[in-house]
Design a protein around this ligand. Sequence first.
Ligand code: KG4
Ligand code: ZN
Length: 359
Amino acid sequence: PREPIVLGIESSCDETGIGIVAGRRLLTNTVSTSMDEHARFGGVIPEIASRAHLEAMIPALDAALDEAGVGMDEVDAIAVTSGPGLSGALMVGVSAAKALAVATGKPLYAVNHLVAHVGVGLLEDSASAAGDTESEASLLSGLGALLVSGGHTEILKVSDISGDVTLLGSTLDDAAGEAYDKVARVLGLSYPGGPAIDRAAASGDPRAFTFPRGLTAAKYMGTVQDPGSHRYDFSFSGLKTAVARVVEGLEAHDEPVPVADIAASFQEAVADVVTSKAMLACTENGIDTLLLGGGVAANSRLRQLVSKRCSEHGIRLVVPKLSLCTDNGAMVAALGARLVQSGVAPSGLDFTADPSLPV
Ligand code: KG4
Ligand code: ZN
C-alpha cells in the first residue's frame, strides 16, 4: 500500500508550522515565526503569538501544499498539536485543523507536541550532518528524549511512540531556553538569547564562575552524584538569579562585566545539568538511545557535552537537523503518519486544545 500522506499543523508557541509527509518521507516543512514581534519584550507574548498564527495559518497551508505539489484531495490524514503549549496559540491550529477535516472529510489526529518532537526522528534523513547521529530505525523502542527549548525542558521515555510514552522529568520553573533568554537580557545581549550567549561564550572561560546546577547536590562540574529528590527534574530559576547577582554586584562596584566568561559559565551549567540528568535517566531506565530535541539543541556546548557523555555511557545519540529540532509541522505530520500506519483510531472532532496536555 501507498505510504500515507499526512499534513501536520503546529502552533503551540511562536512558530506556525505546516509539514507534509508521505510515510517517513518529508515533502515539505513550512515554518513562519512571530519571534521578531516578541523580541522587544524578551520573551513570547501569548496574545501576539495567537494573532500571528491567525494571520499566518492560511498562507502557510497554501504554501505547504504548493511546495509539496500535493492537493488536499491527495492528503490521507491531518494531524495537529493539541498541547501542551500556549492556550490561544494552540486553539488557532486546532480550529484550522478541525475546519480542514470537516471541509475535506479527512481523518484528524490530535498529537502531543512533546511526542512529536521525538516523532520527527522517524523521518528519513532526519539526522543532522554532525556525524554523531544514528538513523531513525533506532527510534522504535528503548528510546529516551531530552527536549530543551524556550517553552519546555523534559526527559521522556518512549517505549512505543504510538502510545506508550512516559514523562520522567521536567522543569519546575523556567525552561532551559527561557533561562538563556533571561540571562541574555541581564548581560545586555539580544533576543533570542540562546544564539547570542552561544556566540559570546565562545571567547569566555566556562570555569570563571561556578553557577548552581538546579536540583542536584553536586557542587562541582562534571558529575551529578546525588540528585536527591526530583531525580530527573530541572530548575533554572536559581541559576538565572545567580547570574543576575553576579552582574549586579559588579555593576554596584563599577567593575566591568566579563560578559564572555559569564556566558560561558552559564552555558556550562545548563549543559552540565541537562546532560547529567539525561545520562542518569538513561542508565537507570534501560534506555540505550537518546534523542535530543528543541531549539536549545542548537547550543554548541550542549551538543559537545551530550555527545561526549553519551559515548562514555554507551548510549547512541540521535540529533535531528536543527530545522527539525525547533518547533515545526513536519514533526506533527511524521507522528501522524506513524499513528495512521500503526492503526491508531483518529481523534474525531471532540478534543480541545489543552495547554497542559500530559504525554
Ligand atoms: O524550539 P524553539 O525554536 O521554540 C520553543 O521555544 O519551543 O526554541 C527556542 C529557544 C529559545 O529560547 C532560544 O534562545 C534557544 O531555543 N536557542 C538556543 C540556541 N539557539 C536557540 N539556546 C542555546 N544555544 C543556542 N545556540
Ligand atoms: Zn517544542
